[in-house]
Design a protein around this ligand. Structure first.
Ligand code: FUL
Length: 487
């Protein structure tokens, strides 16, 4: 009898995840991020710089026939770029080392079509090097964009071109220090200069580039570089260039199984709940209508308010944001772009300047995994991303109640999932208890992921309840924060 009881107790303990004296952490749910991807998630927001001969022709896609001499920034100032991006709150910068026009901003040994052939600085200039050292000086990480489509090179379309592309990547990934992201553009338009052939060349973009080999090269040269392309491997396109990802945003998709036709765009926007690969979304958008600078767009630069909306619809939905800022032909950023970015950075700092919750916050959970302190609700407000509140395996709907120190006002909320165990939450709701004792709903949503940010009208409450109403597996939430913003 005693024996049966013991088995029963041990069995129950195992079910609840209680190991020998220690409550076990939940098992991962679905695909999980690599260490490289976890680092990438932490980057949250960085800049894109689109700059090449195209800037001087006042067009978007260079045909590939511009003379190297056309590239002549008379006051190139990468420090101005980096200082502005830093003030805007960016953590990195990705530069178009080569756009579709094929002109290289660094003196590549693999081609004559580069700054080396330009009379700019007597052929001794190197924009990538200047960007790299300015980024270092201002505490930004560097990323590179090397367009696979090359409208200048005669070899484009042949196997030799792919070797050329890889040799160029090797230069960029070995000569400019650590690289946090390699951006592989999916655009392949067809017609181009191609060494004077001036024709249309169609390649099969799934097979021509031999991405597996190229990606292994990148891994061997820069193991921490996240590789962006339409479907990853490390980060995916968000399916639009207008500055948002889906309000439901899964970090998972099944690579190589995109729906046909336009369904692909919403698939990229929302990800796939039961996708087989961890490929989180990156939102690429320009501060101006175009990716390159055009004086005619000087009055169309996005305002700090518009940039904030983009921030909430990208970073605030668990994606990363790459915001493009194109330099003028002079090699400097336009004063309007600088002013808007500076104002945006200041607004961002004000937005999250007053967090209400901290280590001493009283917070109670409807369920705590194995009753263990290791997974208690207090982990939500300890300021540590490596600790989290978790429930028992059988509990997929649970809530935490924050008991404030009297009535407090707030209008912003931030939630974060503990990603090393996968993305689990499918639905959540936030309610507040107001002076009359009644609970009112402030917000509800679906996925959380790396970060979920919410803006709402000021609420005055003494208790706040966050309910996970549905999850793929027991929820693991690492951070919750409330803010009062005067914006
Ligand atoms: C697109 C390109 O065609 C644009 O010129 C730009 O570089 C953007 C980031 O990606 O696919």
């Amino acid at each position: 009898m005693l024996c049966r009881k013991l088995f029963f107790v041990l069995g129950m303990a195992a079910l609840c995840g209680v190991g020998a004296g220690r409550v076990r952490e939940p098992l991962p749910c679905g695909p999980v991020p690599s260490e490289r991807q976890l680092r990438w998630h932490e980057m949250e927001m960085y800049a894109f710089i689109h700059f090449t001969t195209t800037t001087y022709r006042d067009i978007e896609w260079g045909y590939g026939d511009a003379e190297p001499d056309e590239f002549r920034p008379d006051s190139l100032d990468c420090d101005q770029w980096a200082a502005t991006l830093k003030a805007a709150g960016m953590k990195g910068v990705v530069i178009t080392a080569k756009h579709h026009d094929g002109f290289c901003l660094w003196p590549s040994k693999e081609t004559d079509y580069s700054v080396k052939a330009s009379s700019w600085r007597d052929g001794k200039g190197d924009v990538v090097a200047e960007m790299a050292s300015a980024a270092r000086r201002h505490g930004l990480l560097l990323g590179v964009y090397l367009s696979p489509w090359d409208r200048h090179d005669l070899r484009y379309g042949s196997p030799e071109y792919v070797d050329y592309f890889r040799a160029q990547l090797r230069e960029l990934l070995t000569e400019y220090g650590p690289i946090f992201e390699v951006w592989q553009d999916g655009a392949n338009g067809g017609d181009g200069y191609y060494g004077g052939a001036c024709e249309r060349r169609i390649i099969d973009k799934n097979t021509y580039y031999g991405w597996d080999v190229t990606d292994s090269l990148i891994r061997s040269l820069q193991p921490w570089a996240a590789i962006f392309s339409d479907e990853g491997p490390d980060t995916r396109w968000c399916g639009t260039e207008s500055g948002h990802v889906g309000a439901t945003n899964w970090c998972t998709i099944s690579r190589g199984h995109a729906p046909e036709g336009n369904g692909r765009f919403s698939w990229l926007q929302q990800g796939e709940e039961n996708g087989t690969d961890w490929v989180p979304a990156e939102v690429d958008v320009s501060i101006r209508p175009g990716w390159f600078y055009h004086a005619r767009e000087d009055d169309k630069v996005k305002t700090a308010e518009q940039l904030m909306d983009i921030y909430y619809s990208s970073v605030g939905r668990g994606a990363n944001l790459i915001l493009n800022v194109p330099p003028m032909p002079s090699g400097r950023l336009h004063p309007t772009d600088v002013a808007r970015l500076t104002a945006f950075g200041e607004a961002l700092r004000r937005e999250f300047a007053y967090p209400l919750l901290g280590k001493g916050t009283r917070i109670e959970a409807s369920n705590v995994r194995g009753g263990s302190r290791r997974f208690a609700a207090g982990k939500l407000t300890d300021g540590r991303k490596d600790s989290y509140w978790a429930t028992d395996d059988s509990v997929r709907a649970a809530s935490v109640t924050i008991v404030m120190d009297g009535e407090r006002e707030f209008n912003r909320l931030s939630l974060s999932e503990y990603l090393p165990l996968g993305q689990r939450v499918k639905a959540w709701r936030v309610e507040a208890r107001q002076a009359d004792g009644n609970w009112c709903q402030i917000a509800e949503g679906t996925t959380i992921g790396h970060k979920r940010l919410l803006r709402f009208d000021k609420v005055c409450a003494d208790e706040v309840r966050i309910s996970i109403t549905d999850a793929k597996a027991c929820p693991c939430i690492s951070e919750v924060q409330l803010f009062l913003s005067e914006e």
